[in-house]
Design a protein. Sequence first.
Length: 180
Amino acid sequence: MHLHNNNTFTTSGFRVSKTDSKIVNSNYAISILVSVLFVLTACNEQQIIFPPVMDAQTRGYCGSCHMAFQPSMLPAASWRLMMKELDDHFKEKVELKPAVNMHITDYLVANAGDSEAAGEAGRIALKGLSQNTNLQRITNTPYFIDEHRFLKNRILDEWVDSVANCTACHVGAWVGDYKE
């Protein structure tokens, strides 16, 4: 490196100003920081982001009583059955206009865990389920049971209330992010 008196220096045959040097050094520092963060993130356990509920009607109608669960957490057959049995939806009667029911059913089925739209999250969420399952409780899937094997009834206090109250522990659950 050869210094010049006009705030420039020569390095590897290139003339560089001190200002350019600061930019190069800050870009270098940023790339090192990003690399370190990438390595640290890779060391943590893998977190799956489930595709969030993007349909306004589904989010609005389902979300008016409970969190609108991501369709990728159940197979299409389960969603079809659930939407047919709204007279007894987990001990509640849900009344929807036929057109609304059809719209929500179509959305849930198109984005179900066994659909192409669900991607890797769907494959992981449905691992261990039989192909023709009619399971309607996400909390009874092998994936959920495995992920929550540490839960004991004593944890389910008045604040959490139910294992279906995902947002009590996972603040980003409503957008598909279930990190603790």
